[in-house]
Write a protein that binds this ligand. Sequence first.
Ligand SMILES: NC(=O)c1ccc[n+]([C@@H]2O[C@H](COP(=O)([O-])OP(=O)(O)OC[C@H]3O[C@@H](n4cnc5c(N)ncnc54)[C@H](O)[C@@H]3O)[C@@H](O)[C@H]2O)c1
Length: 344
Amino acid sequence: MPLFDHEEYNDHEQVVFCRDAETGLHAIIAIHNTNLGPSLGGCRIWPFRTEDEALTDVLRLSRGMTYKAAVAGLPLGGGKAVIIADSKTQKTEAMMKAFGRHVDHLGRRYITAEDVGSSVADMDAIKTVTDHVVGVTGGAGDPSNSTAHGVFIGLKAAVRHKLGRDDVDGLHVAVQGIGHVGWYLCEYLHEAGARLTVTDINQDALKKAEATFGATVVAPDDIYDVEADVFAPCALGAVVNDVTLPRLNVPVIAGSANNVLGDERHGIELRRRGILYAPDYVINAGGLIDVARFAVGFGMDEARQKLDRIDDTLLEIFHRADDLDTPTGEIADRLAEERFQGSA
Ligand SMILES: NC(=O)c1ccc[n+]([C@@H]2O[C@H](COP(=O)([O-])OP(=O)(O)OC[C@H]3O[C@@H](n4cnc5c(N)ncnc54)[C@H](O)[C@@H]3O)[C@@H](O)[C@H]2O)c1
């Protein structure tokens, strides 16, 4: 399995393969960049079919964390870990502690956190062997509300830039996915007077949204045809793709989902069609900012300021994208690179 020639290697500083025979731990920790501070990123527990699949995932995700932390203005770098295991049947407390010891050996070059397959209880187990962990009991808790708050701030910035309006009153937003983040986002939007069209595969959530927000409900596939001011993807990735993009009937895309664009090409096509896209990792950084409070040690006020700065950052990206006639995602990447490479 090639590492330095791996297509996702992208100048990672360090990749650590972790093994513990007694507990069956197989893990990979990837540290992409620590120019701005220690790398922070969740520990994903997933039954990857091959080691190469696990390596590809961890490299891609850790690099993404560098960019996300940099644009959020955090003194943190990007890292990520994967444990190759089924979290429901193979994960044990002893395995998590063995993982924690590997994290500890890195001496704060990597700080771990919750991700798919790992829980607060797992972070508590890790905490017994290392301090380089966040998301423990009594810590940040569920970051979804902070994420939604950041998305709300970013959505308003996008609407101001594209539609020239400062208020949300009467704005029509089509929300895809009303789970943790999507629901909180609906609350912020509803309170500010927005009109909501929502979709989900969870019928109970849809009934609740109808009753709570007076939302219009559409079938999952119909959300792409809704004529609205904003499309807010808050469910899955790659929802803007060759099939859905020609159907979109909105001037703005601003939601919490990661990897919204199926491909870089779709960023170019959105720009060509005059649809403003708020880059995912810029607008959904609220949860990371919340978690970072515990890694970096700043208070609620500073977290709030950093959350508010999502507005300035997005406006800077939108203006630069217009000046250079370049997709917003590409501009976001450049901004992040200026920040983390600039301080090397
Ligand atoms: N939770 C956070 O703090 C956070 C932070 C950054 C990014 N994100 C991203 O935001 C998105 C939502 O996160 P979440 O924590 O709210 O997840 P969640 O699982 O709580 O909510 C996702 C919702 O999408 C619905 N859904 C699934 N498939 C669907 C489909 N085909 N059509 C419509 N709805 C569908 C689910 O039923 C669920 O209600 C994810 O992409 C996640 O990666 C979340």
